[in-house]
Design a binder for this molecule. Structure first.
Ligand SMILES: Nc1ncnc2c1ncn2[C@@H]1O[C@H](COP(=O)(O)OP(=O)(O)OP(=O)(O)O)[C@@H](O)[C@H]1O
Ligand SMILES: Nc1nc2c(c(=O)[nH]1)N=C(CO)CN2
Length: 172
């Protein structure tokens, strides 16, 4: 699908997708603390889950930074992951959360700090869901759905997804 149009894709809340079987996902990785250490670690973890395609990793200003409160830049990268074994969104979220923990992501104590050290944040942007046989789309066995809590995508996410589309993996 060389022209994946985000606006036309169905948007679904994560709560409504929890039990859905997923065959592939698009993730956004973000790190503002020792990204050069943690991005390779998380990519290695993700590679164990299936076939992976990466967008370029870019350093971007934190979109929550202001003149009054400057914050460290993030390094962001998007990942297309075709899952070796299909799984539910609920299970995948647990696995990804564990990967963030493996990157020493601190949550409880950092909440109160104005500037968070985020070793690794993994966000699910798009999921490829299996369609039931009696679905209206007769020739399709799966379709891409946008995670509504991440939409509209941030500029760096859009750039990353578009790069993945250009390399021909999404929906091909
Ligand atoms: N699209 C999604 N991608 C990743 N996790 C999600 C998504 N939607 C809901 N979740 C859930 O949200 C939780 C992550 O919440 P968390 O408190 O870590 O937010 P956060 O990563 O700090 O948010 P942000 O990335 O906006 O800073 C996970 O437990 C996960 O189950
Ligand atoms: N550029 C950029 N800015 C951010 C990002 C991010 O991934 N990239 N993530 C945030 C919270 O998770 C806050 N700000």
């Amino acid at each position: 699908m060389a022209d994946l149009n985000f606006e036309k894709l169905e948007k679904r809340a994560p709560e409504a997708l929890q039990a859905q079987t997923l065959t592939a996902v698009v993730l956004a990785l973000g790190s503002n603390y020792h990204a050069e250490t943690y991005l390779p670690i998380v990519r290695e973890h993700l590679a164990a889950l299936g076939e992976m395609q990466l967008s370029s990793a870019f350093q971007n200003p934190d979109f929550t930074a202001t003149l009054a409160l400057p914050k460290p830049d993030y390094t962001n990268q998007c990942v297309y992951l075709s899952l070796k074994s299909s799984t539910t969104l609920q299970k995948l979220q647990q696995v990804l959360k564990q990967f963030e923990c493996d990157c020493h992501r601190q949550r409880s104590t950092e909440r109160s700090l104005p500037i968070k050290k985020v070793t690794m944040d993994i966000d699910i942007l798009l999921v490829n869901v299996g369609l039931s046989k009696n679905s209206l789309s007769k020739n399709e066995t799966s379709k891409w759905v946008v995670m509504s809590d991440r939409y509209p995508f941030k500029a760096h996410e859009k750039t990353g997804i578009e790069e993945l589309i250009t390399t021909g993996f999404l929906g091909s």
